[in-house]
Design a protein around this ligand. Structure first.
Ligand code: C2E
Ligand code: CA
Ligand code: CA
Ligand code: CA
Length: 278
């Protein structure tokens, strides 16, 4: 039994080492990615379920490695976060997305917002609000065209500090969206205090719509809640026209998902908006 115990330990050790090695090699490769031009942004349209008009875009980071493969942001964003690289990369993402606003306007699109994801570490780093201000000034885009997406867990975690940062951004005119809504444990009283403009219902609660599952009720509950506290509610991950129909019937105004469009690099998006469905 003793020998087996030691073997177990060795085995776990090897497994741990393998995952650490994986993390290290991913980190090493990601560190080089910006310099090698391997990062780019993709933009996914968000649309109004009433009018069919485009209301905005979500900017999503993409990493194409030297061998042409894409690494999922769900894999590299945590690596960028834990290493602190997200601070610089996030700044680049914000500036790139704001530059895209200019190009979309020159292509004739008006009255839309650009939503940019912000991770916990970025949000809580000193100087975040100043960085946003500088990015807006540098690109000449007005604050009202920018929306920052923070996840429900970040919004709910740091109470005072988070509320202060959100209030500063709000005062500048920047919009705030609460991402992945429904996955955390928001207290209603706290949600009420948040200076946010939009709740994004997580895909998990959209994909089960019409299935009769209990989780489908989340979407049904969030919609009147959002309305009551004066926030817009956008449904994420809408893939079928049945989902869009059910959401509209529940009073949901806005959606994003493969049904309408996938995230696209800017050049592709500029082509797409010429022939977009509406
Ligand atoms: P998220 O912010 O919840 O982004 C939505 C994800 O859903 C995106 O995955 C998008 O491509 C995907 N999606 C959109 N419509 C559909 C649909 O109809 N069906 C399905 N199955 N998926 C859909 P993506 O691009 O792989 O990004 C994953 C996550 O990585 C994001 O989740 C976000 O948390 C993070 N992320 C991506 N880009 C950035 C970034 O620039 N900064 C930060 N901090 N995080 C980012
Ligand atoms: Ca998001
Ligand atoms: Ca989300
Ligand atoms: Ca998500």
């Amino acid at each position: 039994a003793k020998a087996q115990g030691a073997g177990q330990l060795l085995w776990y050790g090897a497994e741990l080492e393998a995952s650490t090695r994986e993390h290290m090699s991913l980190l090493q490769a990601f560190t080089e990615a910006p310099r090698l031009g391997q990062l780019y942004m993709a933009y996914q349209p968000q649309w109004s379920l009433h009018s069919g008009e485009i209301i905005g875009f979500e900017a999503l980071m993409r990493w194409r490695t030297a061998d042409g493969r894409h690494v999922s942001p769900d894999a590299f964003i945590p690596v960028a976060e834990s290493s602190g690289l997200i601070i610089e990369t996030g700044r680049w993402a914000l500036i790139t997305a704001l530059q895209a606003v200019g190009q979309l306007r020159r292509a004739g699109l008006q009255g839309f917002h650009m939503a940019v994801n912000v991770s916990v570490m970025q949000f809580q780093a000193p100087g975040f609000v100043d960085m946003v201000q500088q990015a807006l000034a540098q690109t000449g885009v007005g604050a009202e065209a920018l929306e920052l997406e923070i996840t429900e867990s970040v919004a709910m975690a740091g109470a005072q500090q988070v509320l202060q940062i959100l209030a500063s951004l709000k005062a500048m005119g920047v919009g705030i969206a609460i991402d992945d809504f429904g996955t955390g444990y928001s207290s209603l009283s706290y949600l009420h205090q948040l200076p946010a403009d939009r709740l994004k219902i997580d895909r998990a609660f959209v994909s089960c719509l019409g299935s009769g599952e209990r989780s489908a009720q989340i979407a049904e509950m969030v919609l009147p809640l959002g309305r009551q506290i004066g926030m817009k509610v956008l449904a994420e991950g809408v893939e079928t026209s049945e989902q869009a129909r059910l959401l509209a019937a529940l009073g949901c105004d806005e959606a994003q998902g493969y049904l309408f469009a996938k995230p696209m690099p800017l050049s592709e998006l500029l082509e797409w908006i010429k022939v977009r469905p509406s």
